[in-house]
Design a protein around this ligand. Structure first.
Ligand code: PLP
Length: 232
């Protein structure tokens, strides 16, 4: 078995166990393979192991890998997205996890309308109020979603967070809990056109805790492919 296949086997067991601890099934959680910096050969191995949803944080990498990976995979844009690049990915990705400005949302609306596409989006929340991170503050999230709800070519599916980098994943449990609370609170407002069923949170270091607290998508790169090589 290849290293990637072995890694995925271990991950699958841990995802399933964490899902069970949270009273859910493995199928209720999407294990998104984060493929940034990874060559297509490695990505193909992950797809062969059943991971067909792929996350990239740069538009350029989706553009480069889109044709080689071909049909049967689902791309998610998970990193910062500049408005002027929406046009390149509007018909290539299934979901944009990182919507955090009205300008970006308006561009997705415009490009979606032109191609008759309704884009599934998540609102990125800066849950730990970190200066270095993108995202809407928890306090402003509801008002922001009310603006997005007026746009016909994007569908608000939920919330996304990049939790702080920590040594001990338990340190992020409270942030994941707050994300779940925010999702429940906003759903309770019954905003027209908004039913948030997705919570994208948890990475290699903390995906088990994230699932225990309600994550429906975990974004895992290193845990599948090993350490990234940024030199290439
Ligand atoms: C790189 C990245 C991940 C995956 O990080 P790992 O620690 O390698 O699992 C998840 N989410 C985002 C937004 C990323 O940029």
């Amino acid at each position: 078995m290849s290293r990637i296949a072995e890694n995925i086997k271990v991950l699958e067991a841990k995802v399933a166990a964490a899902a069970e601890r949270s009273g859910r099934k493995r199928e209720d959680i999407l294990l998104l393979a984060v493929t940034k910096t990874q060559p297509v050969e490695g990505i193909r191995q992950a797809v062969a192991c059943g991971l067909s949803s792929l996350g990239e944080n740069k538009v350029q990498e989706i553009m480069d890998k889109y044709e080689p990976m071909g049909e049967g995979v689902h791309w998610h844009l998970i990193g910062h997205l500049q408005s002027n690049k929406v046009k390149y990915i509007i018909d290539k990705v299934d979901m944009i996890h990182s919507v955090e400005s009205l300008k970006l949302a308006e561009e997705i609306e415009k490009r979606g309308a032109a191609k008759d596409i309704v884009m599934d989006i998540l609102v990125e929340v800066n849950i730990a109020d970190e200066e270095s991170k993108d995202g809407i503050t928890p306090q402003n999230t509801e008002a922001f979603i009310r603006e997005l709800a007026k746009m016909a070519h994007l569908r608000v599916r939920g919330l996304m967070a990049v939790a702080p980098f920590v040594e001990n994943s338990e340190d992020n449990r409270e942030y994941f809990r707050q994300m779940k609370e925010l999702q429940v609170d906003i759903n309770a407002k019954k905003i027209d056109n908004v039913v948030m069923d997705v919570l994208s949170m948890g990475m290699t270091g903390d995906y088990e805790v994230a699932i225990e607290e309600g994550a429906t998508i975990v974004r895992v790169g290193t845990g599948i492919f090993g350490e990234r090589d940024y030199s290439k």
